[in-house]
Design a protein around this ligand. Structure first.
Ligand SMILES: *Cc1c(COP(=O)(O)O)cnc(C)c1O
Length: 360
């Protein structure tokens, strides 16, 4: 095998995280959000593993197509709905639920002569100001959908929170109030909560929770790892040491000579880089685990390789396992070193990394 970078997906962790979501969600149904190739964990693999989900949430029709092609019969919700009138036929053919968030989509539905019923989620913008109808337009949009014989009677009313990870902020309660007011008197199930709201705002559970991050053991809460929130990381990113050399004091390591050796020291080279999705912008000193022992990255991360200070791991040998993130090293810690969040790192693992499954 020419590449040694591995993303191991822990199927048991996915199942345990889902079971925990089930407990936290109470009677609410669960949409497992699998957009962006299931946050980088593999769309089909995750959908097959989480076969207890009441629906899958995706960002694009193409993901719905992949899931249907994989034989997944579960309800699938396209979170941004049709992007153009021509998408209607695909929604019908693949039996996808459409999130309707904009006037133009209502126009397309009204012009649609296909009699087969389409399942629709009506999205209200209560403060995120990304997708959704303004609260004062909710009743009119609802009425237009209700007037269409080819829209399923069972509408779901939804909104999305902008700051549900801030458990002491007034913004989420304000959005909840705005939603309740906007949809007062309109029939339909309610869906508000993402992962952070499931954890921090039990009153926002509604009839459907829409969770992504915590299913993968990722944290949506700043300063906390998924594990600290009681969820198990579902991905281990690992590779091997492919070189160890002693480099002399005052010599520099890697592009730009960003690291100057303060003494004669052993430098390990791990076979992974930004071409695999390891963040190039990680700050110096971000840790990896070499055979389970913490060692800092030194110098710049390059496309295929990164360099590690092995002074603290004198027993390291070529071929030793290097863990970049996973249950033993929270992805949130690396994300913090790279100025981003764990979601971004798992989503960014590239196709040349070999994905393997671990049933545990
Ligand atoms: C991505 C997404 C979610 C899931 O968010 P998590 O933080 O991963 O739980 C829920 N709802 C919508 C509309 C989304 O786009």
């Amino acid at each position: 095998m020419s590449r040694t970078a591995l993303a191991t997906i822990h199927l048991g962790a996915l199942r345990r995280n889902f079971a925990r979501v089930r407990t936290l969600a109470g009677d609410a149904r669960i949409m497992a959000v699998v957009k962006a190739d299931a946050y980088g964990h593999g769309l089909e693999r995750v959908a097959r593993t989480l076969d207890q989900a009441d629906a899958f949430g995706v960002a694009a029709i193409g993901d719905g197509l992949r899931l249907r092609a994989a034989g997944i019969g579960t309800r699938i919700v396209v979170l941004s709905g049709p992007d153009e009138a021509a998408d209607r036929a695909e929604f019908r053919r693949l039996a996808l639920d459409a999130v309707i968030h904009h006037e133009s989509q209502l126009d397309w539905l009204e012009a649609d002569r296909d009699p087969r019923p389409l399942r629709v989620w009506l999205k209200i913008d209560t403060g995120m100001h990304r997708l959704g109808f303004a609260p004062e337009q909710a009743a009119a949009a609802h009425a237009r959908l209700r007037a269409l014989a080819n829209v399923d009677r069972e509408l779901v009313l939804m909104t999305h929170f902008a700051a549900s990870d801030e458990f002491d902020s007034p913004r989420t309660p304000a959005q909840m109030r705005a939603f309740a007011q906007a949809v007062a008197g309109l029939d339909g199930a309610w869906s508000l909560a993402n992962s952070a709201a499931l954890l921090g705002w039990p009153a926002a559970r509604g009839d459907w929770v829409r969770v992504g991050g915590v299913l993968y053991g990722l944290s949506a809460i700043a300063g906390k790892s998924g594990a600290e929130l009681g969820f198990a990381p579902a991905m281990t990113l690992s590779t091997k040491l492919i070189s160890i050399k002693n480099i002399q004091r005052c010599e520099t390591i890697g592009y730009g000579g960003a690291f100057v050796c303060p003494e004669d020291m052993p430098i390990g080279v791990a076979a992974i880089g930004y071409g695999d999705g390891y963040p190039r912008g990680v700050r110096a000193g971000a840790p990896v685990l070499v055979n389970g022992v913490r060692a800092p990255i030194i110098g710049r991360v390059s496309m295929d390789l990164l360099t590690v200070d092995l002074r603290g791991v004198p027993q390291a040998r070529v071929g030793d396992r290097v863990v970049l993130w996973g249950p033993e090293r929270p992805v949130e810690e690396i994300a913090a070193c790279a100025g981003t969040i764990g979601y971004d790192l798992t989503c960014g693992v590239t196709r040349r990394v070999l994905f393997v499954e671990d049933t545990d």
